[in-house]
Design a protein around this ligand. Structure first.
Ligand SMILES: NC(=O)c1ccc[n+]([C@@H]2O[C@H](COP(=O)([O-])OP(=O)(O)OC[C@H]3O[C@@H](n4cnc5c(N)ncnc54)[C@H](OP(=O)(O)O)[C@@H]3O)[C@@H](O)[C@H]2O)c1
Length: 314
């Protein structure tokens, strides 16, 4: 099968011919049509999990994928041949990912049937970013009328968070570069906080000016610890602040009466089904900015400037 591989940590991804995996007992074989790209994929290539989980080389990257069940192993009765499915797969040994024509995965992994209303390309854009956004909303218990600031709102996780915040009735403040302002409003942001080289004020300074009473919830997807601390300073006592990149000082938050901290997404098939339901009803727009072919994976992996999701078409 055609696959994208890296031959050692840090190597450039290349196209290669790899054996088609087999569906063992308890597994399903998926013929992939689309694979969503996440920052995590490049971090795995760079060796982020080296020493923590076993890896196989040549390593096929890719966590998110959607396609059709092509074979079913012994003992599997919840999926049948031809079912359209989507999933989020980080299954050791790492290196048998979704940037390939086929993947074999346990039937009880984060795998869900795709409703007819949702194309495979859209489905593949949902798992990691969408589940993380849903996990954040649930961890913060966002309620109607609360002020919620998303820093890093233009990317994959942020483009779902803006929408889930609006669906929950929150007053959503979303960061965006000036040329991405209109898209944030269309996704459901109430206010857009611009950043970039032409904007001298920090995000925290801008919000202190526009919303001097502070905010209830901070979701910061991009800031290093000092900037996270500055942004968390906007949160009123009794509120919540989360980092997805480990930047929160949880003791400092508690000392100010703020819940939250560093979130590691733990959602699985149930959360994926919820996102698929929202996408099928049209309540959740799947924000895809680019759909390059699988062969162009090297160009999009780890690229900055995300505007929603990039999905590789296989
Ligand atoms: N802990 C977990 O379980 C978990 C789960 C999923 C993701 N993550 C992490 O969360 C982060 C976000 O994920 P993602 O998939 O949304 O990434 P993404 O799609 O790459 O989006 C990141 C967005 O942030 C913007 N950005 C960068 N610097 C910024 C700044 N200083 N202020 C405001 N916006 C800024 C980027 O746009 P520009 O480049 O144009 O500025 C981009 O649109 C990643 O680091 C990812 O690894 C963690």
């Amino acid at each position: 099968m055609r696959a994208i591989v890296v031959r050692e940590f840090g190597a450039k991804p290349e196209t290669a011919d790899m054996p088609i995996p087999e569906a063992g007992a308890g597994q399903v074989l998926i013929q992939l049509e689309a694979a969503g790209v996440n920052p995590f994929d490049q971090r795995i290539i760079d060796g982020f999990l080296n020493g923590r989980l076993p890896h196989d080389f040549p390593l096929i990257p890719g966590t998110d994928g959607a396609g059709t069940i092509a074979a079913v192993g012994a003992g599997v009765d919840d999926f049948t041949l031809g079912d359209r499915v989507v999933g989020k797969f980080l299954i050791p040994p790492i290196g048998h990912g979704t940037f390939a024509e086929y993947i074999a995965v346990p039937h009880d992994s984060a795998l869900a049937l795709v409703p007819d209303e949702v194309t495979s390309v859209r489905a593949a854009a949902l798992p990691t970013a969408g589940i993380t956004a849903l996990d954040l909303m649930r961890a913060a218990r966002v309620r109607d009328g609360q002020k919620m600031l998303i820093v890093g709102a233009s990317g994959g996780v942020g483009s779902y968070l803006v929408q889930l915040g609006a669906l929950a009735g929150a007053h959503v403040l979303a960061t965006a570069r000036p040329d991405d302002t209109d898209r944030m409003i269309r996704l459901g942001a109430t206010e857009v906080v611009n950043y970039g080289p032409a904007i001298p004020a920090s995000v925290a300074d801008s919000v202190r000016t526009t919303d001097p009473g502070g905010i209830d919830v901070l979701f910061d997807l991009v800031s290093a610890p000092p900037v996270f601390a500055d942004n968390a300073g906007l949160v009123r006592s009794g509120g919540a602040a989360f980092s997805t990149i480990g930047s929160a000082d949880e003791a400092a938050l508690r000392a100010r009466g703020i819940t939250g901290g560093n979130l590691e997404s733990s959602g699985g098939a149930a959360e994926l089904r919820e996102l698929l339901r929202l996408a099928a009803t049209g309540d959740l727009m799947v924000p895809i900015s680019a759909m390059p072919p699988l062969s162009e994976a090297a160009e999009v992996l780890g690229a900055p400037g995300a505007r929603g999701k990039t999905v590789l078409v296989i």
